[in-house]
Design a protein around this ligand. Sequence first.
Ligand SMILES: [Zn+2]
Ligand SMILES: [Zn+2]
Length: 243
Amino acid sequence: MKVRYDLHIHSCLSPCGDEDMTPNNIVNMALLAGLDLVALTDHNSCKNCPAFLQAAERAGLVALPGMELCTAEECHVVCLFSTLDAAMSFNRLVETTLPPVENRPDIFGNQWIMDAEDRVIASVPLLLTTASSISVDEVVQLAREYGGTAFPAHIDRPSYSVTAALGDIPPVGFRAVEVTATGDVDALAAQYPEMRGKPLLLDSDAHYLENIQEAGPWLELPENTPEALIAALNGEFPAVWGR
Ligand SMILES: [Zn+2]
Ligand SMILES: [Zn+2]
């Protein structure tokens, strides 16, 4: 089946995420957009995933927990997991790899943790937009150890992408690559051979509700489940996709 996805969305836990990016607002916007499968990927944290998954389940939307990890090289890598337990275990590991820099909400924005009713229940004191000590060389293997998958985010952007930080897509086992809507896929594939033959994902990287993308980009999956998506993005069967 064709599954229309958006696998890169920020909530109000990301300091740069709008305060309207609450679990229920994201779920409702995704449903309005006609999406079949969505993932929540805040900077260096999965702490809004419990509420997000609960809100999604209640609304009948298939959702994955995830994180946009900032590696030691300042590359953004989207990590997705098939279960909340795995995501929260990965989250605990990542917390130990972040520098001890406090968030300044007045400068960087709030980092709110919400419950499934969109109530603020806590905020993360550590600034989440710093670089983890996890290197891009180890992130693919690490995500897989937690039953997940990892792909480089927005590789055509001039900041916080593997191409900006390293000048290339490193051959570290990525099985899918994210390219923004404005990226010239053919030109990029000519420049970065590592992209060839892999699904080129198109996600919104939404920080505001109105940026969550309309149903369009799709992956062919045997069923619309987090497990099937992870398997597809890990190259366990030949990927069929469109964007
Ligand atoms: Zn990013
Ligand atoms: Zn992002």
